[in-house]
Design a binder for this molecule. Structure first.
Ligand code: UGA
Length: 438
């Protein structure tokens, strides 16, 4: 059992902290946001994530998990400090490392014991070498300190499961001391550990995410061709998936990938390559296909309708995927402004994303258009002229094809997630457009 501090209580930090406590370590989660810390002390999770709150309450009650804004007390005698702070994308595509630098400096000025610094945040290859040097430069006490790279592979909505039952744990270290300490910390997880050097660990994270993004963009590209030649992308994906070399996951064509990871990590790797004078062509193609894909349904609808002005437009799903309230890079954010600018009266439904969306687009008029938020899908569809589906929430999937015909003024549906069979929509007399199917 180790004494561990975790810096940052976003998705990565909080889920890591809770999981480390769950396997028996003594964990202190540190954040600068006092309000957030107080909420967590009351057993409330600041993020919407299955199983997280239960584990927070259980481990807090057991005394293995605490929360504080006082980083000094947390770092001072920690055996390891995990860094899970954000590395947001900057306008030029590079990662903003200022949060990591702040934490690194605080650690350097505070630690009084030998300490392993474990960077979980996604950082450009070579960053952890710099973080180690930075800490050495500011170190106050004469202690041993090393940095390990330990990238995170959790997906939002399944974060706890992805951590406690991860397919693999990647650890990137530069000494036996660091490797052994991190191995011991992860021993109780009983999961496969891949131990590599620090730069390879950093690259594994980008290469994995960008490969998954590439897989999605590839399927979207093929889907667009399927439409032109009369093939069905879902059948094509099914046929491909039996080949174990391809696999069945991440073959769903749709309205483009979003979230806090794929868009950021593809741009960051492209930027890193450029810095080294290399053009990462596959990643550039991934990014370009995704950009176009996000508005493909809007453009289809523009070809079908004279105008959106004065039309009631149902928007089903705002978040970038189901199971999260996160709107980052969500296709809804690309499409809603286009619809509003065209004078659409949007009726938006999302089981958890409405509040976040409202902050960007408050209910009411927006130029020539307007937006209204509804609690029930039926209220969005009622008398609507057109419907867009942007997120495959279970609640939306449950809506029967007949409901569109019954409720809408004109049953015209643009589905960015291929949730209905084209045959069922045809039978229900719904004019249905989706991705990669005719
Ligand atoms: C992603 C990775 O899946 C995680 O392994 C990784 O740890 C994480 O990024 C990260 O770097 O932190 P996440 O962004 O939470 O996780 O969500 P995903 O479930 O991967 O979905 C990303 C996007 O791809 C969503 O917009 C989703 O709708 C889209 N997607 C996914 C498709 O369009 N088609 C698919 O077949 C799968």
């Amino acid at each position: 059992m180790y004494k561990i501090a975790v810096a940052g209580t976003g998705y990565v930090g909080l889920v890591s902290g809770v999981s480390l406590a769950e396997v028996g370590h003594r964990v202190t989660c540190v954040d600068i946001d006092e309000k957030k810390i107080n909420i967590m002390k009351q057993g409330i999770s600041p993020i919407y994530e299955q199983d997280l709150e239960g584990l927070m309450q259980k481990n807090y009650a057991a005394g293995r998990l605490t929360y504080t804004t006082d980083y000094q007390s947390a770092y001072k005698d920690a055996d390891a400090v995990f860094i899970g702070v954000g590395t947001p994308e900057q306008p030029d595509g590079s990662a903003n490392l200022s949060f990591i630098a702040t934490v690194a400096r605080q650690i350097a000025e505070t630690i009084e014991n030998d300490c392993l610094i474990v960077v979980k945040s996604t950082v450009p290859v070579g960053t952890n070498d710099k973080v180690e040097q930075f800490i050495q430069d500011f170190l106050v006490h004469d202690v041993k300190v090393e940095v390990a790279s330990n990238p995170e592979f959790l997906a939002q909505g399944t974060a706890v499961r992805d951590t406690l039952q991860a397919a693999r744990i990647i650890i990137g270290t530069e000494s036996t001391w660091a490797e052994e300490r991190l191995m011991k910390i992860y021993e109780p997880f009983k999961l496969p550990i891949v131990s590599v050097n620090r730069r390879s660990a950093e690259m594994i994270k980008y290469a994995s995410n960008d490969f998954l993004a590439l897989k999605i963009s590839y399927m979207n590209d093929i889907a667009n061709l399927c439409e032109l030649v009369g093939a069905d992308i879902q059948d094509v994906a099914r046929g491909m998936s039996y080949d174990e070399r391809i696999g069945s996951k991440f073959l769903n064509a749709g309205i483009g990938y979003g979230g806090s990871c794929f868009p950021k990590d593809t741009t960051a790797l492209e930027y890193l390559a450029k810095q080294h004078g290399y053009q990462l062509r596959t990643v550039t193609a991934t990014i370009n296909v995704n950009k176009d894909q996000k508005t493909i349904l809007y453009r289809k609808a523009c070809r079908r309708l004279i105008t959106f002005s004065g039309l009631k437009v149902a928007v089903l799903g705002l978040t970038f995927k189901p199971g999260t309230d996160d709107l980052r890079e969500a296709p809804s954010l690309d499409n809603v402004p286009l619809l509003l600018a065209q004078g659409a009266d949007i009726y938006a439904y999302d089981p958890v994303g409405k509040e976040n969306f409202k902050r960007k687009y408050p209910a009411g008029k927006h130029g020539v258009g307007s937006i209204t938020y509804v609690e029930q899908i039926e209220n969005a569809l009622d008398d609507a002229n057109v419907c867009f589906i942007f997120t495959e929430w279970g609640q939306i999937k449950e809506i029967e094809p007949e409901a569109y015909k019954k409720l809408m003024r004109t049953p015209l549906v643009y589905d960015g997630r291929n949730i209905y069979s084209t045959a069922a929509m045809k039978e229900a007399q719904v004019e249905y457009y989706s991705i990669g199917r005719s």
